[in-house]
Ligand binder design. Structure first.
Ligand code: HPA
Length: 246
């Protein structure tokens, strides 16, 4: 039976209800993944969980070893990955604690190790990335959300910024004009690296705050944590339905 990979972001450093069977540390040609991979049983299925920011949460978005993280999943024989990510909301529907299953990406990050195609250049180096998220996984996530009676956005463009600072109001205005609905810091190169290794990858994005300039006052960590707390409870419900049907 296929084993599902789950990447947890801010607000999801550990999976509740996961009956842990073992943990594995993997050395990859690209260095160390963010944490040990946690193997276990969740809602009747086998899963492997990785905390993107480490456990405890100490690795900021621009310091994450995305290549090692994705490589480790491949090495463990995982074919499907669901990535959970905290984001800022840009378009009107993306209010705090809302959940979206993005279908597109615009990458504004820079200076990250973003490809596996560095040395062995006899192989194909141009993956097709027209539709960056795996459609079958997206459809299954949308089905799980519908079954859970949770209103999710089933299309959204995720804009990936470099961080770790939040954006300026003008940057968010520009991203809105570009067509971004969400802003986050970890969606890339994660999604592209999964595609390079032939892994199916889809994301559940949880809105933690309005993007810069879209709300009165500063964006605070307290507010982010509160909204994530609410949103992650719904993410857990969607994951439960998804995993039961997987
Ligand atoms: N910007 C970028 N990344 C984020 C935000 C944001 O406003 N909120 C949560 N992750």
């Amino acid at each position: 039976m296929a084993i599902l990979g789950i990447i947890g972001g801010t607000g999801l450093t550990q999976m509740q209800h996961l009956n842990i069977q073992k943990q594995s540390r993997i050395a990859t040609p690209f260095g160390e993944p963010s944490a040990a991979y946690v193997h276990g049983e969740l809602y009747g299925n086998e899963v492997v969980f990785l905390a993107r920011h480490g456990n405890p949460h100490t690795i900021p978005p621009h310091k994450i070893n995305y290549r090692a993280n994705i490589w480790g999943f491949k090495e463990l024989g995982i074919n499907d990955i669901i990535a959970v990510a905290a984001v800022g909301g840009i378009s009107a529907e993306m209010k705090p604690a809302h959940i979206a299953i993005p279908d597109q990406i615009i990458d504004y990050s820079y200076g990250r190790a973003h490809t596996f195609f560095e040395d062995d250049l006899a192989n194909v180096t141009h993956i097709d990335f027209s539709y960056p998220y795996a459609n079958l996984l997206r459809e299954a996530l949308i089905g799980a959300a519908t079954q859970s009676n949770l209103p999710v956005s089933t299309q959204a463009t995720y804009g990936c910024t470099q961080g770790p600072r939040l954006e300026t109001a003008a940057e968010i205005r520009r991203m809105h004009q570009d067509g971004c609905d969400l802003v986050g810091m970890t969606g890339m190169p994660e999604a592209a690296l999964a595609r390079e290794l032939g892994l199916n990858y889809a994301a559940l994005a949880v809105v933690a705050n309005w993007g810069a300039g879209l709300q009165a006052g500063e964006i605070t960590m307290v507010e982010i944590e509160q909204n994530l707390h609410e949103g992650m409870a719904n993410v857990t419900r969607i994951l439960e339905m998804f995993i039961k049907a997987y």
